[in-house]
Design a protein around this ligand. Structure first.
Ligand code: ADP
Ligand code: ADP
Length: 231
C-alpha cells in the first residue's frame, strides 16, 4: 500500500469574483509514494507544486480525483503530517522551546510527554543550549531547524517541505540537506520535498518528479541512482 497516493487529482481555483476563468493548478495528477520514500517535485513557478503539497496537508480540497494517505482520503489537516515552509513561521514573542511545543500544547498533550521530546529534537537539529533564545536571535538556518524540530515533535510519519531551504545561503543549504538526511535515518518519515533546485532534489531524494510548465502535469520522473548516505 502506498503511503501517499494522488489518484487523478485535479485542482481548479475559482476566481474570487467568478468573472474570470478558474486557474487549473493540477491536472489529473497521478503519483504514488512508498513508505519512507523521499520524493522531490521540481518545476517552474506556477506548475502546481505547492498545490499538491497543500492538498496533502489537508489545507485545500481537490476539485477532482482523490488524495490518500495510507489508503484513506485526506479531508483535513492532521498530526501525522509535519510541515515546513520556506519562511520560518515562528512566533517572535515565544522562545525556541515554546515555538517547538506549541502544537502539542494546543492538542492537549501532556507536558512531561512533549517537553523531553522537544529537548531531544532540538539537540538533534544542533540547537542544544538555544531553547530559551528568541527567533530574532537566530540565523535563518537556525530558524529553519526550529521549524523542522517543531514539524517532527509529534513523530509524524509524513514530512511535507515546501522550498524549506530556498531562502538560505548555499553553505547553510548544504548543511541543512545533510541534517535532513540524518533525521530521515533516525525517524524514517515519508518525505515530499518541493524545490527549485534540481541538484538539491537529486541529492536528497529517491525520486525526482519534474512538473511541466503546462500546469499540474508531470513532465518526467527520474529515479535517483546514486546511493544516499543511508545505513
Ligand atoms: P508552484 O508551487 O509550482 O509555484 P502553485 O501550486 O503555487 O505552483 O500554483 C499553481 C497555480 O495555481 C498558479 O497558476 C497559481 O497562480 C494558482 N494558485 C495557487 N494558489 C491559488 C489560490 N489560493 N487561489 C487562486 N489561484 C491559486
Ligand atoms: P516545459 O518544456 O514544460 O516548459 P521546462 O523544459 O522549462 O518545461 O522544464 C520544466 C521544469 O522541469 C524546469 O524548471 C526544471 O526544474 C525541471 N526539469 C527539466 N528537466 C529536468 C531534468 N532532466 N531533471 C530534473 N528536472 C528537470
Amino acid at each position: 500500500l502506498p503511503k501517499i497516493a494522488f489518484e487523478g487529482v485535479t485542482k481548479l481555483y475559482e476566481s474570487p469574483s467568478g468573472r474570470t476563468e478558474p486557474t487549473l493548478a493540477l491536472a489529473e495528477l497521478d503519483l504514488r509514494i512508498a513508505p519512507e520514500e523521499i520524493v522531490s517535485i521540481v518545476g517552474p513557478t506556477g506548475c502546481g507544486k505547492s498545490t499538491a503539497l497543500n492538498l496533502l496537508a489537508g489545507f485545500e480540497q481537490a476539485s477532482g480525483g482523490v488524495v490518500r494517505i495510507d489508503g484513506e482520503p485526506v479531508t483535513s489537516p492532521g498530526p501525522n503530517r509535519g510541515i515546513v515552509f520556506q519562511q520560518p513561521s515562528l512566533f517572535p514573542w515565544m522562545n525556541v522551546l515554546e515555538n517547538v511545543v506549541l502544537g502539542a500544547r494546543c492538542r492537549g498533550v501532556r507536558r512531561d510527554d512533549y517537553e523531553p521530546r522537544a529537548f531531544n529534537l532540538l539537540e538533534e537539529v544542533g540547537l542544544k543550549g538555544f531553547e530559551r533564545h528568541y527567533p530574532y536571535q537566530l540565523s535563518g538556518g537556525m530558524q529553519q531547524r526550529v521549524q523542522i524540530a517543531r514539524a517532527l515533535l509529534n513523530q509524524p510519519d509524513i514530512l511535507l517541505m515546501d522550498e524549506p531551504f530556498g531562502a538560505l545561503d548555499y553553505q547553510t543549504r548544504l548543511l541543512m540537506q545533510k541534517l535532513l538526511l540524518r533525521l530521515w535515518q533516525h525517524f524514517r518519515p515519508t518525505i515530499l520535498f518541493i524545490t527549485h533546485d534540481v541538484g538539491e532534489a537529486v541529492f536528497l531524494s529517491d525520486r525526482v518528479i519534474a512538473m511541466s510548465r503546462r500546469p499540474g502535469r508531470v513532465k518526467r520522473e527520474v529515479r535517483v541512482a546514486a546511493p544516499k548516505p543511508r545505513d
